[in-house]
Structure formats: structure tokens, C-alpha cells
Write a protein that binds this ligand. Structure first.
Ligand code: AMP
Length: 493
């Protein structure tokens, strides 16, 4: 085991929280405050304060906090009429739209659970998940339109009540499954609220903040931004799909993006528009130090990289005020304790973290005393700052040695002519697995020998790729994460 928590709370984590919060804090009280209430109660309290401020704007269509609250109440009445009750699961499988946001809040107001799904996935996969979730209802695009039209005629909106309770499941998410089959992740209201509130405190969320993002709402990254907006009574301008021109023309104070989006924005002739941001955030996948530096040069601030998982919300962040160190993800957010377990696997504990998978799947991920095994590998520096070094499941075992792909990727990413790199182990009779680099070349492609020479200079022999394959693009999912299982199935250009 690496550094561990002693007693109830890790003192290093508490120091980090105090740094984020800008004040000392009592861990027990803080955890209770972070997790109190439900998303509907928190959103309604904000609506009462924020009144006619725009809550959400999707591709230019907007609703104020007050209107959103009212429409969600009527949509909830409509859903109740269709038999949805507390504890039911409702699949929401639609692109980002205001209707999505209304339906999301309506389901939650009934104390029911939203199962958000990527609308691009095949119908068979959607049906399988709906079955696993025992869904009462599936809301796809046409059903959403009907819901909203019908809601307009509902005479008795459902008021926000004492339920749902903090421990009720708000969202049943399914993991992106880039390394194995998707698992159901039951996220409670307490989990969602703790995640949003801790990040908002750390990032100094202000009443006049305007969040901009083009992330799908079926994933926790995009949804998390919506939660912050709803409970803070601020404004979110969300694009239903990423278009650099449009995103750069959307004014705002905070931008959430994934590295794949940053890579597109940084090369755009109008990136300078982002200089007016108060905060530029990156997450969901590793932001290379090189890309971080380029973003910093283009927009005048080091992007704030943060780390989290569907299972645990937002957990670790570079400091808002302190130095943001490229290539690292920073310190635990308020409420989160972090330790390194076997093989330096990152383990987390706190009100943000779920207590188990749907139907008790993968019980080995949950340790006694509330610790969750993330499957990610990390390194802590002397100050307690975390660097993600890879994923346990992505470890390559070559000739009996373990290789963390990210360590090799970092070396190759720095070489001239390299745009992106993913390293994976391909089956090999001789080595078991062979370290193989998949490289997206730039306009002046690097030469394989030069890459291997650089790798030899910086890495021990068994970590040096046995071969380099040049590819047009890396296989990625909707969140910009590399789909490791698809590497090696592509052809060279
Ligand atoms: P998801 O559950 O889809 O949000 O995926 C969570 C996974 O994304 C984590 O387990 C990490 O492997 C990865 N991830 C998220 N944020 C970062 C980050 N800042 N750097 C590296 N990996 C990240």
C-alpha cells in the first residue's frame, strides 16, 4: 500500500480541502453539508433566488430557472399519469436539448431514476440496458417531444416535495466500457450534489458565471455541469454537438472540455476568444503537458485539469488559485479522501462515491470502510499532488514485465511531428504482449527510427515499443476517450 488514510480522515486530504475552500473545515460537517438534500430541492431553491435568469440555453433555445422549474413540474405530472413513480427507472435516450433537461428534472422530481443513454448506440444495446435497469419507460426523441407537448396541458404540476431523499438513486449511469462490458452505476442525489458542490466551492463558482460546453448530457461530465448550473442558479450555454466556430462564438465565463475538444480549439484561428474565460477546465481523459502548454499560450491561462469517474463524480482538481501543474490532476476535492493501493491503484472515499454497482456487479471494486478502487494508477508528489499514470486494465505484460502505456505515450507525445499517441499491447508469441505505439503523424511525419531512438533514450528496454504504426486517427468514444480494445484493428493509412 502507498500512502494511506489514518483514522477517520486523511490529514493531507483535509489540508487539500482547506486549500480548495480557502478556509479550515471540519470534515464531518463538510461531508454532511455537501450531500444534503436532493437535486430537485436544490434546483428549486436556486430557481427561487435566480428567478428570471436564464438557466439553460441549448443551441440558442433558452429557459429561465423559474420557467424550467414550472415546465418540469408539468412534465412530471405527465409522467406520473403514465405510471412513473418513486423508485422507477426511466431511460432517457436522446441528444442534448431543452426537452432533455426538462424530462431529466421531471423524472427526478418524481423520485424516479434517470438512465441516460447515448442515442448513437444500436437499438439492441439500448434494449439490453433498459432490461438491466428494469425501465418503466423509454423516452427517445419522439417520446420527449410528446412529453413536452402534453405537459403544456397539464393542469396540476407536481410540486417539489420531501422526496427524493438524498440516498435515492438519481441517475443509473452505464460506464463507457472502453476496457470491458458496461456496468450500471447507481448515483444517488447525495453523490451528485456532493460532487457538484465540492467542485463549485473549489472553482469559486459565482452568481454571474456562464458555463459553456459541448459535452453530451448522457455522460457525467456534461451532466455535472448542468447540476452545478441548476443548484447555483447560474446559466449554462450548451451545444448539442461540438462545432469549434460556434463554441468560440458563445460567450461565457467557464468552459468545460475534454482534451480532444481542446486539441481542436487550440488550432482554431479564433482561439483568442477564450482569453475572456474566468476558468478553462479539462477532464475525462489525459491532457498531455504539451497540449496544456499550447492551450495556455493560446488562451492566457493554464487549463485546470481535473479527474473523476462516473462512479465517484469529480474527485481531484488542480487548484483554482494555486499553481496548476500540467500533466497532473492536482489535489482531492473537498470531501474526497484518496490513497494509493496495490500497484499504486488510486482508491477514493467520500460522499461523492457510489457504494456499489447495479446488482452487486464487480464487488472487488469496493473495499471495507467505503474505499472504492478506481482501476486508475497514480503517483503522488511530496505535496500530495496526483498524476494519473495509467489504468490497471491497460497494463501491458511483456516478457513478464509490466508496462504502463501512458509512460510510453508521454515520451512519444513530445517528439516532433507527433500529433497523438496511444500505446497498447498486441498479442505476441514471443513476448505475450508486444508494446506497440499507434501514432497520428502531423504534416511533417516523424520517422519510426527517430521515435524509437527517443524511446530508448528515456525508457528501460522492455518499455520501448517493438513497433510503431502510423494511423489517421485514434479510435475514440463520444467523450474523446481512446477505445483501447479497438487499437490494432485499424489499418495503416
Ligand atoms: P468515465 O467513468 O467515463 O468518466 O471515465 C472515468 C475514467 O476516465 C477514469 O477512470 C480515468 O481513467 C479517465 N479520466 C478522467 N479524467 C481524467 C484525467 N484528467 N486524466 C486522465 N484520465 C482521466
Amino acid at each position: 500500500m502507498g500512502p494511506t488514510a489514518s483514522g477517520d480522515t486523511d490529514p493531507a486530504a483535509v489540508r487539500a480541502w482547506a486549500r480548495h475552500l480557502g478556509r479550515a473545515c471540519d470534515p464531518t460537517t463538510l461531508r454532511r453539508e455537501l450531500a444534503a438534500g436532493s437535486l430537485p430541492t436544490a434546483a428549486q431553491a436556486a430557481a427561487a433566488r435566480a428567478g428570471d435568469r436564464t438557466a439553460v440555453e441549448v443551441d440558442g433555445d433558452a429557459l429561465t430557472h423559474e420557467r424550467l422549474d414550472a415546465v418540469a413540474g408539468r412534465a412530471a405530472a405527465r409522467l406520473r399519469g403514465r405510471g412513473v413513480a418513486r423508485g422507477d427507472a426511466v431511460v432517457l435516450v436522446a441528444g442534448t436539448s431543452l426537452a432533455f433537461v426538462v424530462a431529466y428534472l421531471a423524472v427526478l422530481r418524481l423520485g424516479a431514476t434517470v438512465v441516460p443513454l447515448d442515442p448513437a448506440q444500436p437499438v439492441a444495446a439500448r434494449d439490453r440496458v433498459a432490461g438491466l435497469a428494469r425501465a418503466r419507460l423509454v423516452l427517445d426523441e419522439p417520446a420527449l417531444r410528446d412529453l413536452l407537448e402534453g405537459a403544456a396541458d397539464e393542469p396540476d404540476p407536481v410540486p417539489v416535495g420531501d422526496e427524493p431523499l438524498p440516498g435515492d438513486v438519481a441517475v443509473l449511469a452505464f460506464t463507457s466500457g472502453t476496457t470491458d462490458a458496461p456496468k450500471g452505476v447507481p448515483i444517488t442525489h447525495a453523490n451528485l450534489l456532493a460532487s457538484a458542490r465540492a467542485a463549485m466551492a473549489a472553482w469559486r463558482w459565482a452568481d454571474d458565471d456562464v458555463l459553456v460546453h459541448a459535452l453530451p448530457l448522457f455522460h457525467q461530465h456534461g451532466l455535472g455541469g448542468l447540476h452545478m448550473t441548476l443548484i447555483a442558479g447560474t446559466t449554462a450555454r450548451i451545444a448539442s454537438r461540438f462545432d469549434p466556430d460556434r463554441l468560440l462564438a458563445t460567450g461565457g465565463t467557464v468552459l468545460f472540455a475534454v482534451p480532444a475538444i481542446w486539441a481542436r480549439l487550440v488550432d482554431h484561428p479564433r482561439t483568442g476568444a477564450l482569453r475572456s474565460l474566468r476558468l478553462a477546465v479539462s477532464g475525462s481523459a489525459p491532457l498531455s503537458a504539451a497540449l496544456s502548454d499550447r492551450v495556455a499560450a493560446a488562451i492566457g491561462q493554464v487549463p485546470l485539469e481535473r479527474y473523476g469517474l462516473t462512479e465517484s463524480g469529480l474527485d481531484v482538481s488542480n487548484p483554482y488559485d494555486g499553481p496548476r501543474v500540467a500533466g497532473t490532476v492536482g489535489f482531492p476535492l473537498p470531501g474526497i479522501e484518496l490513497r494509493l493501493g496495490d500497484q499504486d491503484e488510486i482508491q477514493l472515499r467520500g460522499p461523492q462515491v457510489i457504494s456499489g454497482y447495479l446488482a452487486g456487479a464487480a464487488p472487488e471494486a469496493f473495499l471495507p470502510d467505503g474505499w472504492f478502487r478506481t482501476g486508475d494508477l497514480g503517483r503522488l508528489d511530496d505535496e500530495g499532488r496526483l498524476t494519473i499514470v495509467g489504468r490497471l486494465k491497460e497494463l501491458i505484460i511483456t516478457g513478464g514485465y509490466n508496462v504502463v502505456p501512458r509512460e510510453v505515450e508521454v515520451v512519444l507525445e513530445e517528439q516532433p511531428g507527433v500529433v497523438e499517441v496511444a500505446v497498447a499491447g498486441l498479442p505476441s508469441e514471443r513476448w505475450g504482449e508486444e508494446v506497440t505505439a499507434f501514432v497520428v503523424p502531423g504534416d511533417q511525419p516523424p520517422d519510426e527510427d527517430a521515435l524509437l531512438t527517443a524511446a530508448r533514450e528515456q525508457l528501460v528496454g522492455y518499455k520501448v515499443p517493438k513497433s510503431v504504426r502510423f494511423v489517421d486517427a485514434l479510435p475514440r468514444n463520444a467523450m474523446g476517450k481512446i477505445v483501447r480494445t479497438a487499437l490494432g484493428t485499424q489499418e495503416h493509412p
